[in-house]
Design a protein around this ligand. Structure first.
Ligand code: ATP
Ligand code: MG
Length: 588
């Protein structure tokens, strides 16, 4: 897809992509026909339990539990779980917890919640990389014995120097040709805690002069005295991600290991490692294959975990689930929907070419889904009194508003009309510009679902601000009665009874960043924060909204889509968040 592309709705059904073509081809040749759970015994079954199943393909979503999931992860989740659903396969949720310092149970829980919320389920296939630490260790000893790995005691600085650069080949260090028995002894000492952190590492022995820097004897184990969130202090050596990940895939009998493009140069190592372990009889063939796709880049958003952590820890936002955060927890609180995300993933598709997606594409997907599903309600966000001078004092009557204009089956609800109403301040003007069709002295408008009223004047307060507007109603013009069409007016405004409406806090959220590419170049991304990303108003809303269940979305007519806040909403003090406006207000 082209840079900044904004695909139209016609792109929705484009279900085919290069990954599906790849899988179709593998299924046609029965490449993975033998890779079911009922297959050969061996480590693959011993390490990744679970019931036998006949999944045709197996994918995985492998987050590191070191932060909350963000909008980019949603793309990966929809892709991996979506493929499994489409092909009658299985998708595993695997926590890649090989980096003990930064990982926490809080993140594990939030990730599970987010995947479920998006509408996906891993069934019995929930795993942790740390479940395979024993096997990974065993595999490393095997590699040492077979001459494919060695313990290197160079300092980090020496190792960096000898590794070469993109233009210069690497040079072998002094430990590269040491006997296997010696490496094995050292490695066992490393595991037993006899050496200091950073004093030595285990490296794969591949090709120190390779043009691919990732094959220049990559480090596969390091000493790190850190307490792991699951294995505690059982280990003081930890495998590196690039070593651990292919093994996790193979043990779980993943068929298609789908990852983002920056791992493309790692694929030769992925294949080398699994090939060596299969040759040694530690893993069963056929082996999983890595397929890369372009990650999601979204304008007006940052998706780097480091930056997201900074936004929270430096309190630029309230929390991980602040509705302005590009996390899935934030999106949920904002009123974004799982269906909207799945629609988005489908619409942007997957490709091999890096591109930027405009934030409006995501908003359009949310807007479309909310338009189809959200019930309509009335809210006055900036209230101004409207007094119907010829409406009898003390009288009240019901007007009927449809809950969804395209879904008559959702019925109508009664909205009471009384002599004093609330209207939006911007629906009145004492000095109307050309083309203004709403209330101004002498002009008539329809009170939506009610009567036509004619503006007769207004009151000002001591500061000269408009304090109340006066009007007279035309009794024969009530919506739904034969006289409704007798008077034609151009303006149609929403309103609430001042007597019946209730107060609500409404949080008007906007984009967190005002620049399309926050922090572009060397700029501090925090300088691009949008100072108006949240505006809180005290609004008047229909009294029935007090009974809204937190998390329920509504369209507030003429304003946009709003959700009853999951954290702060109370019946006696309702709080609503704006998910998205009715139209894109960012189109330049
Ligand atoms: P890091 O590895 O720097 O901690 P990460 O964003 O890659 O950050 P992971 O937890 O490793 O986080 O990601 C889990 C999965 O989500 C990976 O398979 C990764 O490829 C995928 N993923 C991450 N960011 C994006 C993105 N922007 N678009 C699509 N997929 C993504
Ligand atoms: Mg990653």
């Amino acid at each position: 897809m082209a840079k900044n592309a904004k695909p139209g709705a016609e792109a929705v059904a484009s279900t085919s992509n290069f990954i599906r073509s790849h899988i179709d081809a593998d299924l046609a040749t029965s490449k993975y026909a033998s890779r079911t759970w009922g297959g050969k015994p061996g480590p693959a079954r011993a390490h990744a339990g679970g019931p036998p199943d006949a999944a045709k393909i197996r994918t995985r979503f492998p987050p590191e539990p070191n932060g909350y999931l963000h909008l980019g992860h949603a793309k990966s989740i929809c892709l991996n779980f979506g493929l499994a659903q489409h092909y009658g396969g299985a998708c595993h949720l695997r926590f890649d917890d090989t980096n003990p310092e930064k990982e926490e149970q809080e993140y594990v829980d939030s990730i599970r919640d987010a995947v479920h919320w998006l509408g996906f389920d891993w069934g019995p296939h929930g795993y942790f990389a740390s479940d395979y630490f024993d096997f990974m260790y065993e595999a490393a000893e095997h590699l040492i014995g077979a001459g494919y790995a060695y313990v290197d005691e160079q300092s980090a600085e020496e190792m960096r120097r000898n590794r070469g650069t993109l233009t210069e080949p690497g040079r072998p260090g002094p430990w590269r040709e040491r006997p296997a028995a010696e490496s094995l002894a050292r490695f066992r000492e490393m595991r037993a805690g006899q050496h200091a952190d950073g004093s030595m590492v285990l490296r794969a022995k591949i090709d120190i002069a390779s043009p691919n820097i990732n094959l220049r004897d990559p480090v596969i184990y390091r000493i790190r005295r850190a307490t792991h969130h699951r294995t505690g202090d059982a280990w003081c050596i930890y495998p590196l991600y690039t070593y651990a990940h292919p093994i996790e895939d193979a043990l779980e009998r993943i068929t298609h290991s789908i990852c983002t493009l920056e791992f493309e140069d790692q694929r030769p190592f992925y294949d080398w490692l699994l090939g060596k372990l299969a040759d040694g009889g530690l893993l069963a063939r056929p082996l999983p294959q890595q397929i890369e796709f372009a990650r999601l880049n979204l304008s007006y958003v940052v998706l780097s975990k480091r930056k997201l952590i900074q936004l929270v820890s430096e309190k630029h936002v309230d929390s991980w689930d602040d509705p302005r955060m590009p996390t899935l927890a934030g999106a949920r609180r904002r009123g974004y929907t799982p269906e909207g995300f799945r629609r988005f993933a489908e619409r942007i598709g997957v490709s091999k070419a890096d591109s930027w997606i405009d934030y409006s594409v995501l908003e359009d997907c949310m807007r479309e889904h909310l338009n189809e599903t959200a019930e309509r309600r009335i809210a006055v966000l900036d209230p101004l009194k409207l007094i119907i001078d010829n409406y009898p004092e003390g009288q009240q009557e019901d007007c009927f508003a449809p809950n969804h204009p395209q879904k008559p089956e959702l019925g109508k609800r009664a909205v009471p009309l009384t002599p004093e109403l609330w209207i939006e301040r911007e629906d009145f003007s004492d000095n109307p510009p050309k083309g203004y069709f709403r209330l101004f002295p002498g002009n008539s408008v329809r009170l939506r679902y009610g009567y036509v009223v004619k503006c007769t004047g207004y009151d000002k307060d001591a500061q000269g601000n408009v304090a109340a507007v006066h009007c007279e109603y035309l009794p024969d013009t009530k919506s739904g009665t034969p006289g409704a069409e007798s008077v034609k007016v151009k303006g149609n405004i929403h309103w609430l009874s001042a007597h019946a409406a209730v107060l609500a806090e409404v949080r008007l959220y906007d984009r967190l960043f005002s620049a399309a590419h926050p922090g572009a170049g060397d700029r501090d991304f925090l300088l691009d924060l949008n100072p108006d990303s949240r505006k809180t108003v005290i609004a008047r809303v229909e009294s029935g909204l007090r009974e809204a269940a937190p998390g329920t979305c509504f369209q507030f007519e003429r304003h946009g889509y709003f959700v009853a806040d999951l954290g702060d909403f109370r019946a006696e003090a309702p709080v609503f968040n704006r998910a998205v406006t009715l139209r894109d207000s960012w189109i330049k």
